[in-house]
Design a protein around this ligand. Structure first.
Ligand code: PLP
Length: 392
């Protein structure tokens, strides 16, 4: 039985797969089982921050002298090492990491921590957003999920873009009764086609949350670890989030791992009380990968961020020159890139033709999205953009 048939018969999915069966990957390139090469602008939706098959990470993981597994209620030196490093690289008021296996679990943890810390049960988030796949995270995401599930959490309100004064007025109206435990959003909304919130919105949101005792949670699942040209997307704004969700690029794809990092003040209330037991959270392999990623980001900072900046400008200028059916809206923050082509079917067609021609990208409604590796080289960017030009 061919694998496609086998998957169809035995393997459950949330939606139909792309027409590509992967065999291997190196850097920003992927090969399928027939040996066809693809330029990877998708980057596993932000997971592959340092490219696939990164020799330094692989060498470190191979040579790590680590146990098979650590029972969550033991102590383990590398947990302390990683938590210390995360405290070092995230904004300095964030200090204490809770371990998770990925982003959904970290979002769920943020909700539990916010409920315990504030004694409140309502949540506010951005309409149409995506924060993961637990019932809590789905309740924060797009309201249209209510069509699929009739028993999502009550008390989850949404703010629809555009993120302008009207949106702020609505937030103020909702927060004023001091009932909301937390406001959660991506600082650069990668799951809405790389929607970049205006400075004014984030600043006022931060002040509103502060004055009404609502915790501000930045979901950095995609925007973290250098994606937007700063270590964390939140750093583009003058805000101090109370918690941050970390995921995806934290392991570069080498293992499933995520984290929720919170302030000292929050930790002093919830630590050792909130539970958050996770059988596979911070598995030793994931911890080694995450430590390697942080070390590389810290030692190779200048080169990596120079590369992000140069290729970010290259994407922006080349995309401007391309002829889409309608004038697109091009949104670029570092190597988080969204191109709203204003027509969902057209975006889907471009993505499908991309697979045929050997260029991988994603779509979000009517936007094409690209999250290439931070160390992608100029030649590969130009080769991928040339394929895109041909597709158009
Ligand atoms: C912003 C955001 N938050 C949370 C999640 C959920 O992460 P995971 O799939 O690791 O559970 C995702 C996944 O795509 C995400 O993009």
């Amino acid at each position: 039985m061919k694998n496609a048939e086998k998957e169809q018969r035995y393997f459950g999915r949330g939606s139909a797969p792309m027409d590509l069966e992967i065999k291997r990957a190196k850097g920003s390139l992927i090969w399928d089982v027939e040996g066809k090469k693809y330029i990877d602008f998708l980057g596993g939706s932000g997971v592959g921050c340092l490219g696939w098959g990164n020799s330094e990470i692989e060498m470190r993981m191979r040579s790590a002298d680590i146990p098979t597994y650590v029972y969550p209620n033991f102590r383990y030196k590398r947990w302390g090492d990683l938590a210390e490093k995360l405290a070092l690289i995230t904004p300095k008021h964030l200090t204490t990491s809770f371990r998770t296996t990925g982003g959904s679990e970290a979002v769920e943890a943020a909700m539990q921590v916010a409920m315990m810390y504030t004694g409140r049960k309502k949540f506010l988030s951005i309409e149409g957003s995506y924060h993961g796949n637990t019932i809590g995270a789905i309740s924060l995401g797009a309201s249209e999920n209510q069509k699929k599930f009739t028993n999502l959490l009550s008390g989850c309100e949404k703010i629809s873009p555009p993120l302008d004064q009207n949106a702020l007025d609505r937030i103020e109206g909702l927060l004023k009764n001091n009932e909301f435990a937390a406001f959660i959003m991506e600082p650069v909304i990668c799951n809405l086609g790389v929607l970049i919130p205006p400075e004014e919105f984030m600043q006022t949101l931060y002040q509103l949350c502060k004055s009404h005792g609502t915790l501000l949670v930045m979901d950095e699942a995609i925007s973290g670890f250098g994606r937007t040209g700063k270590l964390f997307g939140s750093e583009h704004y003058d805000i101090q989030p109370d918690m941050m969700v970390l995921d995806k690029a934290i392991s570069g794809g080498y293992a499933g791992i995520g984290a929720l990092i919170v302030t000292d003040e929050i930790a002093s209330v919830v630590n050792e009380k909130v539970g958050l037991y996770s059988t596979f959270g911070w598995h030793p392999l994931g911890v080694e990968a995450a430590i390697a990623i942080v070390d590389i980001l810290l030692t190779d900072t200048e080169n990596l961020f120079a590369n992000v900046e140069a290729n970010s400008s290259l994407f922006a200028s080349e995309l401007q020159k391309m002829e889409f059916h309608q004038e697109p809206e091009i949104r670029v923050k570092g190597l988080a890139i969204g191109v709203d082509v204003k027509d969902q079917q057209y975006a889907q067609d471009i993505k499908k033709r991309g697979v045929e021609k050997g260029l991988l990208m994603n779509t979000e409604n009517s936007s094409l999205t690209f999250f290439p590796a931070l160390n992608i080289n100029r030649e590969t960017v130009l080769e991928g953009l040339s394929l895109l030009r041909n597709i158009l």
